[in-house]
Write a protein that binds this ligand. Sequence first.
Ligand code: PLP
Length: 258
Amino acid sequence: MSVQLSDEDRARFGDDPRALFTENLREIQARIDAACARAGRDRSEVRLLPISKTVPAHILRFAFDAGIRTFGENKIQEAQQKHEALRDLPVSFAIVGHLQTNKAKYLARFASEFHALDSHRLANELNRRLEREERDLDVYVQVNTSREATKFGLAPEETLEFISELGAYPRLKLRGLMTLAIFSDDTERVRACFQRLRSLRDEALRINPNAQGLSMGMSGDFELAIEEGATIVRVGTSIFGRRPGSDAHYWPGLIPER
Ligand SMILES: *Cc1c(COP(=O)(O)O)cnc(C)c1O
């Protein structure tokens, strides 16, 4: 299928988005390889989850050509539209951002992974909707490892009890924990967030042996995350370029100002 590029597309992704994404992916893969080597980890332990939020569906066809098969999105409506638009391609969608309970029904229809589970209310509603759709969902419990009031996620001390109660939702398949580290130039503070998630995960494994996953690390900190045990790194900007309207202070996963 040939895709026509608008002037806006060209301004953002250049004349050859397929080549751009291919090159960016190659670079990220090399950096993941190097981080694994430094940490003495097997490369197969780390999965790259490209985060394609704000990238239009027709541009994602180039990302597919570059080899991407799962797209991470943080807004349910945007993800659903892309799912519809790309129905002819064998791709899946991971929702990585906070979800309002009243949107659970949309997620249940098409998403294959959810990286921001943080309440019983949401777990219950997702389970109920998945039951109706006769689908299962891989979930990661979001933990607020930096304890910032602006971030979603369970407090670290609430996490293990929450995990021990997830058996009540048989359609939710627990795969691990997820976090957004503090946004800071101080790498030791960032690293502490990843270490907190990892030690919680180690404890969680005693409750549920399927909770091995550590979804942590983004464009600015994924190498650090890999050093601390990440099994999934969620990378957007370094693959797709800067998002329109994003500035140096932009940080995903923040609670919108009211
Ligand atoms: C946008 C987003 C990412 C990717 O962030 P980049 O800095 O663009 O790599 C990762 N995780 C979540 C939850 C996001 O919303």
